[in-house]
Design a protein around this ligand. Structure first.
Ligand code: CA
Length: 546
């Protein structure tokens, strides 16, 4: 046997030499073939495209992504230039942070809901972006900030001017100024209210005095929102990301559910295919309550951030099995509230420190695995730009929104200047340009993880069934089964020691279908035993013919 194996090896080596001389040269004489197992092993996997809400979404902080005209500010045409990059990674949906006119760089305080901020481009640029996204099968979500406007929005200016001119002994009237009722004004100081300059009035502004809270219970405001949604849906926007939904009616979960219900009904009446995802930075049971509004998706905050489940599992505070249990629990709790919900897992966003900073001693594998845990959750999975190359950024918000690190050269095409007042952010991992040349880079890892996610529809669309006999401190093991009876077995080694697991108890007809490794060691499957090097993932299919 040994002689035969040597002979076989010699023949294979000779064939390789003939085909490219250097041993790992590709047959076409182009780029050397990779010594990294996953690149060869997964290369035949094809994405299964389905026109549903189970997407893989890329969040773009518009100001900092890609500058097309050299003013240092990211813009819509810059995003358009990068659609191949986004699409080639496998993303099929974009969430752009707000694009409406606003005096801040982040634009979460809107001056006009029906226009595009000139710093980002024109309406024609936005329409062109939509068109090119759709041509690639990419849906576009608009960030809709409805909790508050800017204090320079014409509605607020009109209301404030009216109150300034109102004689102190007169009661305000919506008949004289409808905008008075667009916001919440009070003659008495209240929690969350700030004084209105030049008057004895106060107005509600929970986040910041320059962001007055809209009165979302007012029918005229609701009419405006209906018009805003119609305007953008008519342009071809595929859905909305709703900002700060727990602040719609601060302190009233029932009020927030009612308002969300109005937004869902309005949107679906305008276009039944419209997709809505809400930002509720809160705990699981509060998120579940909001799901009773009928909203499609809510961001799954309990898994995210430096305090979330994923970080705790990867830092070793929780066993690997807890990741599986937490997914099962989330599916149950959210499913009870809205059986047709689509979870919106994510790991980081523009309000959070970047994940590469969560593991100071990590040289890559832990950061990679942590994001894979997010991308292996069922639902519409969100990735914040720059996380795919392990950008750094923490502390003040501006640092979390640093320029996309396309290149080491700050003058390279597309490079942005970054938000005003941003500290100098020291990157930990190389630029995209350099990572694209490295088969073990974070960028390559993300590309492979998304390739696997999209090749097996059950990963994004199935229900999690834990395999308790195999999951333990270091290994997370589960079956994901979709309503179409597609199913996969996922085995993840979340620790720095190699493991072997007998999975024959799950089924004796398993086939190793995809591998994800963070180093040059290979994953193998033989006689029912799956061998996983440190920080690696195997996906097996149930092949009953074997
Ligand atoms: Ca620009």
């Amino acid at each position: 046997m040994r002689c035969n194996a040597r002979l076989l090896c010699a023949v294979l080596c000779a064939l390789l030499c003939l085909s490219g001389c250097a041993g790992n040269q590709a047959a076409d004489g182009g780029k050397p073939a990779s010594s990294v197992q996953m690149i060869e092993y997964n290369s035949g996997l094809e994405p299964v495209a389905r026109d549903d809400d189970y997407r893989t979404t890329y969040e773009i902080f518009v100001y900092s992504f890609c500058d097309s005209d050299g003013d240092g500010i990211g813009d819509l045409n810059g995003i358009r230039e990068k659609l191949d990059y986004i699409s080639d990674m496998g993303f099929d949906q974009l969430w752009l942070t707000p694009v409406h006119p606003s005096s801040t760089y982040h634009k979460y305080d809107v001056d006009d809901y029906l226009a595009i901020d000139p710093a980002f481009g024109t309406m024609e640029d936005y329409e062109a972006l939509l068109e090119e996204c759709h041509a690639r099968g990419i849906r576009v979500l608009m960030d809709l900030v409805l909790n508050h406007t800017s204090d320079t929005h014409p509605w607020f200016r009109a209301a404030a001017d009216y109150l300034r001119d109102l004689p102190p002994d007169r009661e305000p009237s919506a008949e004289h100024c409808p905008y008075f009722e667009y916001y919440s004004f009070s003659r008495e100081p209240q929690d969350g209210f700030v004084p209105l300059e030049g008057t004895s009035w106060y107005y509600e502004a929970r986040f910041w005095s320059e962001m007055p809270d809209l009165n979302l219970c007012n029918e005229t405001v609701r009419g405006e929102i209906r018009d805003i949604m119609r305007y953008w849906l008519d342009k071809g926007v595929d859905g909305f990301r709703l900002d700060a939904v727990t602040s719609y009616m601060t302190g009233s979960p029932e009020g927030n559910i009612e308002i969300l219900g109005f937004l869902v009904d309005t949107c679906k009446n305008l276009n039944p295919d419209c997709y809505l995802v809400g930002e509720a930075w809160t705990d699981r049971s509060s998120i579940a309550m909001l799901y009773t509004s009928g909203i499609d998706s809510l961001f799954d905050f309990p898994f995210a951030d430096s305090e979330g489940i994923i970080r705790a599992v990867m830092a070793g505070s929780y066993p690997a099995s807890d990741y599986v249990q937490a997914m099962v629990r989330a599916e149950e709790v959210y499913g009870e509230a809205n059986p047709s919900h689509v979870d919106a897992p994510f790991y980081t966003n523009h309000d959070m420190g970047r994940s590469a900073g969560y593991y100071a001693l990590d040289e890559g594998p832990v950061t990679k695995m942590a994001y894979a845990l997010s991308l292996f959750m069922p639902g519409d999975s969100f990735v914040y730009y720059g996380e795919e190359i392990g950008m750094k950024g923490s502390g003040r918000d501006e640092n979390k929104r640093a320029p996309m690190y396309w290149s080491d050269d700050a003058d390279a095409p597309g490079m942005c200047a970054g938000p005003p007042d941003m500290d100098e952010v020291q990157m930990k991992f190389p630029s995209l340009e350099d990572q694209m040349e490295d088969d073990l880079s974070l960028w390559r890892w993300f590309t492979e993880v998304i390739r696997v996610r999209k090749a097996f529809p059950a990963i994004a669309r199935g229900v999690t069934e834990p395999v308790d006999a195999i999951s333990d401190e270091s290994v997370a093991c589960f079956i994901r089964r979709s309503v179409d009876d597609e199913e996969v077995l996922v085995v993840m080694n979340l620790r720095g020691e190699a493991v072997e697991k007998d999975v024959s108890t799950v089924s004796d007809g398993l086939r190793l279908a995809a591998v994800l490794g963070t180093n040059e060691e290979s994953i193998s499957y033989e006689d029912g035993i799956i061998s996983l090097p440190p920080y690696s993932i195997a996906v097996l299919t149930f092949d009953m013919e074997q």
